[in-house]
Design a binder for this molecule. Sequence first.
Ligand SMILES: [Zn+2]
Length: 697
Amino acid sequence: MTQDTHQKVTSIHLSRNAYLYIRQSTLRQVFENTESTKRQYGLRQKAIALGWPEERIVVIDSDLGQSGASAADREGFQRLVTEVSLGRAGIVLGLEVSRLARNNTDWHRLLEICALTDTLILDEDGIYDPSHFNDRLLLGLKGTMSEAELHVLRARLQGGIRNKARRGELVIKPPIGFVYNSEGVLVLDPDKQVQQALRLLFDTFRRTGSATATVKLFRKQGLLFPRRVHGGPQRGELVWGVLGHCQVLRILHNPRYAGAFVFGRHHSRKTVDGHSRIVAVPQEKWQTLIPGAHAGYLSWEGYEENQKRLHDSAQAIGGDRRRSPAREGPALLQGLILCGRCGQRMTVRYHVRHGCLCPDYVCQREGIEHAQPVCQHIPGSGIDEAIGALLIEAVSPVALEVALTVQQELQSRLEEADRLRLQQVERAQYEADLARRRYMRVDPENRLVADSLEAEWNSKLRAVAEAQQDHERQRQQDRQALSDQQRAAILALASDFPRLWRDPNTPERERKRMTRLLLEDVTVFRSDGIVLQIRFRGGAARTLTIPLPLNAWQQRATSPEIVRDIDRLLDNNTDGQIAAILNERDMRSGEGKRFSPSIVARIRRDYSLTPRYDRLRAAGMLTVQEMAAVLGVTPGAVKIWNRHGLLHGHAYNDRNECLYETPGNNPPRKSQGKKLSERRAAIEVPSENTKEVQCEA
Ligand SMILES: [Zn+2]
């Protein structure tokens, strides 16, 4: 290998740059393993010895502190590959070159590109030319060995960790509330305040069964919760802060608080972009679970009980958090609605009214996390109705017709552009023909002229090809115009969509799916009314304002017309009579009931209508006692005379208790022995009131 070293380096290689790639996996290695870094920089001398001038040696060391396991994050390695593929590199230098890329795919790709661009590779052992089969084989082997080495190392490390974990002896970073003592045994944190905080957390959850309630209690009482700092200059220190909802859940879900040793609760997985993602593993798949391995804050049964309660309540409320698939419930905007005050996604709550499920949209995420009051709470039925009407309007024949007309207008402009592009192609073709004719006419012996004409002809031909391709590509794009059939299908939507939407047999979930096809999201804000900002899928936006829905009591309130009617009828009727009159007119109370005297009396009191008694008194009528005094008879006699028409009494209630009109100049007198019916004729006074009542009835 070394003998032919200098034969491999040619002037072509020397005319290009030398790239020295330097890498250390971790920042720690960068600081501690300085020897390796020095050796890597030392390779520069080798390049100089091979004939590269110093200023042409490019050092790529931007990957210091990056792992070599994948090229995704390694900007330096990517730059190296780019430089090599552009043919700017004559040689690539690296210490143990196979470590350039720990991932074999990356390494083989680099080898291939080096072979194609005639780039040499140099490491401490020698110099290789990847275009030679033997060298490439050797480099490939080195890469495979390197990957295998990494695998074996990792397997050994992980095997050791797993064995220790299986025995329950692995030292794992303890959660807050635990520390390792001097014998390496996990014990409760000797800090009493920390212990008390944890005990309070578990007690509160046992009492309330809710993580939110636990956060609320800590907040209400102004209690702080401990946390251990895991990095930075404060590493290992205990800090006290506000307790968060996530924190409570993390602690409740951690079996170590029940004194169990666990290993393998989480699993890290590589994603396509080279990042890793932590996935929770279900309990039955944990690698190790040893209950009662050390002291704890609660029993194993207590832990399992907590898991069950958390699981149950998560099923009750967990569904509507994210922009999630459409579910069965009737809330149309489930997962689409955003809070206009804080921007969070709102969740759905249902309540039952008149036997139907009514949605409410609630912004409560902040509230749950930090035990704050709910940000916004908006009744949903009005919103859903407004959105439904808007969607039907958006898919109306007029709206679709407008959209199609615009589309047609755009289409006609596209055709104009297409004609222009075709002219460009024709022009390019003409120029190419011209260049060909010029080339044909020149004397073949005149090489210099012939060459330059041929080059010109070639370039014109390329221009023709480009123009044609351009034209074809644009035509393909423009051809996405609508056929008549498609137009008809779209216009049919205008009648199909509202029919499907209003069909009571359409499941709520389908209605929600249709909404999702048309709408991006809806932002809602509650002020004097409910303001909805609706974003359609195509980017159009609409703002709607709908009135706030009535409260329960407002919905049950009696209509103002009926109150006015009752006020008018009270002049001449008792409660019972009014109820009969209203029922005869088929009127109903606010709750949809038939009127009864007690309902009329309640409305009269609620709306402070003047009682009939006061009205009659105001008209100067006398009570039975006053009348008796005026006439000089007993109250009983007054009533009898009234019954027989000698006096004019007006009932002020349904017990037929009356107030009496003043008898005037000719009051009835006691006259023994005369029939009451005969005496009535003498003092007949026409009563207007009774007539009016008949009219009203
Ligand atoms: Zn909010």
